[in-house]
Every structure is written in C-alpha cells, then in structure tokens.
Design a protein around this ligand. Structure first.
Ligand SMILES: Nc1ncnc2c1ncn2[C@@H]1O[C@H](COP(=O)(O)OP(=O)(O)O)[C@@H](O)[C@H]1O
Ligand SMILES: [Mg+2]
Length: 460
C-alpha cells in the first residue's frame, strides 16, 4: 500500500460505512413508503448527500415517447423535475447509461462534444456527472444521476454505491408497481362488489315481484275453484229443481179438472211425495258438495249395491220424458254389500245414467245396461253402458276435467263430480275403452267386510 493509500484508508472506510448506513436507511424508508414519488425524491436526496454532490435526479423511461423524463431530484430550480426530457440515446449522459446499461462517469461534461445537454445543466454550472441504470421487471426502467458543479472525481466505491442504490430503487419501483397493480385490482374488485350488490338488489326486487305474482296467481286459482264449485252446485241443483217443476206442472193440470175425485187426490199425494223426495235430494246435494269442498270423510255404511243402482235409475227415469230405452240388468249375486255413502254413490250413478240417456237421444238402438261384477280384490264394480255414439275422441283424454262438454246446455262438471265422490268413497271411476259401439263407464267401490258367521248363513 502506498503512503497515500495508508493516509486515505480511514477516510474511505468512514465514507463507505456512511454510504452503507444511508443505503440501509433508505431501504427501510422505501419499503414502508407507499408513494413512489416520495421514494424517488428521497433516493435522489440520499444519493447526492452520500456522494457529497449538490444535485441528483431520477429519469424514468417512457416507452411510448421513447424518452427519459426527470421524475424526481434534488438541488434543481423549479421547472426541471417533471418537465425536462431527454432522448433515450447516447446524446445525453442519462441516455447513454440507459442504452448501454453501464455506469457513465464524466468528470467534465464540457469536454464531451458528442453530448447535447439541456440548458439547465449550464444554468447550474454542472461539471461532473455519474449515471447508473435502474432496472425494471421487463427491461430498463430509468436512470439515477448525481451531478456536481465542481469537478468531482467519482471513484469506484462511489460507482459501486450508486449501482447498489439504483438496485434498491429498482426494487422499490417494482414493489410500488405491484402495489399499484394490486390497488387497481382492489379498485376493480370494489367496483365489481358494487355491481354485484346492485344486481342482488335487482334480483331481490325481481323475487319480490315473482312472489307478488304467485300470491296473485293463488288468489286467482282460489277464485277459479270457487267459480267451479258455484257452477257445480248450480248444475247439480238444476236436476232436482227441473224434476220438481215437472211434478208441479202435472199437479196443476190435475187440479184444473172440475171435480177432484179420490183418484186425483191419490195422484196428487203421489206427486207431492215425489216433490218431497226431490227436495230432499237437492238438500243432500248441497250437503255433499259442501263435503267435497271441505274434504270431509263421507258417511259410509254397508248397503246393498243392487238397491243403490235401481234407486238411481228410478230417479233419472222420473224426469226423463223420452224413456224409450231398453233396460238391461246384470247383477252378480256373489257381491251384494258395499261400504259407501249411499247418497254420494247415487249421485255418481245418476250422472252416468243421465249422460247415457242424453247420448242415446239421437240413436236408433237405445239400450242401457247396468252391471255389477267383482272387481279387484276387495272391490265391486258397477258398469253403466249405453248404445250411443260413444265418447268423442277429442274429449276422451279430458273427460274428468271440469268444463269439458259437447252439449249446448252442458256444463262439463258431471264427471268431475263423479270422480271426486268416487275417490271420497275409497273407489274410482274410469271410462272403459270398448271395441263395441257406445260408451261404458266403470265405478269400483269397496266391498263391505264380511261379518263373522255371514258366509256360514249364506251357505246354509
Ligand atoms: N255416455 C256418454 N256417451 C258419449 N259421451 C259422453 C258420455 N258421457 C259423457 N260423455 C262426454 O263427456 C262430456 C262430459 O260429461 P259431463 O262431465 O257429464 O258433462 P256434461 O254432461 O255437462 O257435458 C259430455 O259432454 C260428453 O261429450
Ligand atoms: Mg253430464
């Protein structure tokens, strides 16, 4: 080591230690400061101070403009930072460091004729400059420059320090960019959340609307059901009322004779009896329809099925003026007792028989066949068959639905009521698709449980 070297060594070491401390402090500052502008300004200040130079600046490369803009610095007059640009080529000190990637140290810029320096260099009487590259993620980011108005000798330690400093600045820049990107992502996320909330609000509104519509719909269907029930009641009551009107007409005729003999009185008595039974029927229809609406259990007792069928037929034929119909009974003696609500089953049979009578109105051959026969285990079947034109194909699938009618004055409720009543009695009703002409409906009804000793007495 030279004498000179021995003398300067402590100074150099002290300077290096100072630079290391400054670098460490700057690192701490840079990683806790969110604002990139402040980080760069502090970087310029610390660099100038450590290298005992009055000026420093940081230039950022602008990809689109392909130039270097002074974005931070210290010591300069106003109008330099954020404004002055230089070409990103070898015509300027920073441009040269930028394109070569190597430190550019000039002890006297005036001695370098190939440089075109911006006027503020002259204004500040800049003599010496030191430039190092600041790296970026995808390429060079910019340049860190320290300037002196005196002739300044930047030694290799200074260059190492400056390069190390530029690397820390590069890290800080990368972090700031990451933070900015993250901030951007957070912002767009916030945006999305706001949008999502708006959409959810909209959806809640739509769901409310759907709920309202559903309420409306159930209200409408309740109204519709009520309407159907009202029509069914009118339809069913019309039958006994028509019969009563007929009887009263006949009774009036009987009273219009001059002398009422005992025979006429007997006939009147009979008519009044019939009127009474139709009135009772009307009453029981109302009661039964009420039962259908309220879904109450039917009042089921053991009854003889043959009696029920005969009674039902008799009730229809009372008010069927055109009774030019041949009757056919086929009762199976093996079955007799069924467990039913008699009035309800009569109601079904009356509806079926009346439909048959109506269907045979225009046909030549008019035969109504009423049959009882064993059905599925525990059931008896009752069949009502006619020789009419048969069920029209377009209505066959919808027979038991309300308001399906092919009749001018029909309501299309008879079969719906039949089905409701059959099911209320534990039975069912269906249309028998027959190869023969005419129509056949079958009603299945639960058999009454045989009593102890009954089969014995039947055998004996
Ligand atoms: N025995 C039958 N023969 C032919 N068609 C029938 C017969 N029974 C029912 N239908 C058809 O089913 C429709 C519905 O019958 P129903 O529910 O009793 O209502 P409505 O008698 O008021 O029309 C009738 O309009 C008719 O077209
Ligand atoms: Mg009918």
């Amino acid at each position: 080591m030279t004498a000179n070297g021995v003398m300067t060594e402590p100074v150099v070491i002290a300077g290096l230690l100072r630079q290391q401390a400054a670098l460490a402090n700057f690192g701490t500052f840079a990683f806790s400061e969110p604002e990139l502008g402040k980080i760069l300004t502090e970087a310029a200040r610390v660099c100038a101070e450590c290298l005992r130079a009055p000026f420093a600046k940081i230039c950022r490369y602008r990809r689109e403009q392909k130039d270097l803009l002074i974005v931070a610095g210290c010591g300069w007059r106003a109008g330099v930072i954020g404004i002055v640009i230089s070409k990103a080529d070898e015509s300027s000190t920073q441009g040269r460091a930028f394109v070569t990637g190597k430190p550019v140290i000039l002890e006297d810029v005036s001695q370098n004729g190939s440089l075109t320096l911006p006027p503020f260099y002259a204004e500040h009487k800049i003599v010496s400059t030191a430039d190092v590259l600041i790296k970026g993620k995808t390429g060079p980011w910019g340049v860190l420059e320290v300037d002196s108005a005196d002739r300044h000798e930047f030694n290799e330690h200074d260059v190492v320090f400056l390069t190390g400093f530029a690397n820390v600045v590069a890290e800080a820049v990368a972090m700031a960019e990451r933070t900015a990107a993250m901030q951007g992502a957070i912002e767009s996320m916030k945006h999305l959340i706001v949008e999502k909330d708006a959409l959810l609000g909209e959806r809640a509104g739509r769901e409310r609307k759907v709920h309202e519509l559903q309420m409306e719909l159930s209200h409408l269907s309740r109204l519709n059901a009520m309407g159907q029930m009202t029509a069914a009641i009118a339809h069913e009551l019309n039958q006994p009322l028509a019969a009563i009107t007929n009887y009263i007409g006949v009774a009036k005729l009987s009273l219009e004779v001059k002398q009422i003999d005992s025979g006429a009185i007997l006939r009147l008595k009979a008519l009044i009896g019939k009127i009474q039974s139709q009135t009772l029927r009307a009453g029981s229809i109302i009661k039964n329809l009420k039962d259908v609406v309220e879904k109450r259990e039917s009042c089921r007792f053991e009854v003889n099925i043959e009696d029920v069928v005969r009674d039902s037929l008799a009730m229809v034929l009372y008010d069927v003026t055109d009774s030019n119909i041949a009757l056919n009974f086929e009762f199976d003696s093996a079955i007799s007792k069924v467990m039913i609500d008699k009035v309800q089953i009569q109601q079904i049979l009356i509806n079926l028989i009346r439909n048959s009578v109506e269907a045979m109105h225009g046909t030549k051959e008019r035969t109504l066949t009423l049959t009882t026969l064993p059905g599925d285990a525990g059931f008896a079947n009752v069949m009502v068959r006619d020789t009419g034109p048969g069920v029209l194909p377009n209505i066959a699938q919808r027979l038991f639905l309300p308001f399906n009618t092919t009749k001018a004055s029909g309501m299309g409720l008879g079969l719906m009521v039949c089905q409701t009543l059959a099911e209320a009695n534990g039975g069912r009703i269906w249309h028998v698709e027959d190869k023969e002409k005419g129509t056949c409906f079958c009603l299945s009804l639960p058999l009454a449980q045989p009593h102890a000793g009954e089969s014995h007495s039947a055998a004996g």
